[in-house]
Design a protein around this ligand. Structure first.
Ligand code: PEP
Length: 253
């Protein structure tokens, strides 16, 4: 059975005082997460070790970095490597978020290197993919997303692919308040799973959690998460509000 996951992407938001309060509220409201569900909090780099102290002893809560560098070490001022993350016990890392692809011009080859570095250090990548609006309106979104997967996953071994988490995040739905309809989400998740099945076999494809991201809120989470190929969500804006994210955690099937 695939894990169902509620992942929070705080992006560049919240002071540590606010973040600390938010995590404590979530821990209080969810003394134990049911059914083996996993909550993952992708907090800014400076908060990782602070947040780790708050969730110590709670295996149902984990932390993710929002990024890592595509090279292992060296003179890259301001960057953070996968090995540094591993050295402070971080188990997950978001790779290829559309904001980084757009604002930092991250390339598919760099993303492939980041994925490999994460696996080298036993960090599970949450690999983001998703189409922009013109492709949704006039193109072939499944082809676009499959091409993103081919471009960054092809150099990985099947055993590594089996450890991956994928987040399908249509760019037109991120931070816009527009959500993919439940049917659109399921259609894209199924296309991703079919690609994984055709390329890596049905048992690997069946094991990979595929999260939906794009204006997930308490009001739409239950319907989106109920789809057979949607295994939870990667949540931006709504993850900054305890009531909202708490309801999203409860919406996991
Ligand atoms: C995201 O940043 O991954 C995201 C899905 O953001 P939002 O929920 O705000 O659309």
């Amino acid at each position: 059975m695939r894990k169902k996951i509620a992942a929070a992407n705080w992006k560049m938001n919240l002071s540590w005082k606010e973040g600390n309060e938010l995590i404590n509220q979530l821990l209080d409201r969810h003394p134990a997460i049911n059914n083996g569900h996993q909550v993952i909090l992708a907090v800014p780099f400076p908060y990782l070790t602070l947040a780790a102290k708050l969730i110590a002893g709670r295996s149902d809560f984990a932390l993710a970095a929002q990024n890592c560098y595509h090279l292992p070490a060296g003179a890259y001022t301001g960057e953070v490597s996968a090995s540094m993350l591993a050295s402070i016990g971080i188990k997950y890392c978001v790779v290829g978020h559309s904001e980084r692809r757009e604002y930092q011009q991250e390339t598919p080859a760099q993303l492939a290197d980041k994925l490999q570095l994460c696996f080298n250090h036993a960090i599970t990548p949450i690999f983001c993919c998703g189409e922009p609006l013109p492709i949704r309106e006039n193109g072939d979104p499944s082809r676009y997303v499959t091409d993103q997967l081919i471009a960054s996953l092809s150099s990985l071994a099947p055993e590594q692919i089996a450890q991956l988490i994928i987040a399908y995040e249509p760019i037109w739905a991120i931070g816009t308040g527009k959500t993919a309809s439940s049917a659109q989400a399921q259609e894209m998740h199924l296309a991703i799973r079919n690609y994984l099945r055709d390329t890596y076999g049905s048992s690997i494809a069946a094991e990979i959690p595929i999260l939906y991201g794009g204006s997930v809120k308490s009001s739409n989470a239950t319907e989106i998460f109920a789809n057979p190929d949607v295994d939870g969500g990667l949540v931006g804006g709504a993850s900054l509000i305890a009531d909202e994210f708490s309801a999203i955690i409860k919406a996991l099937p």
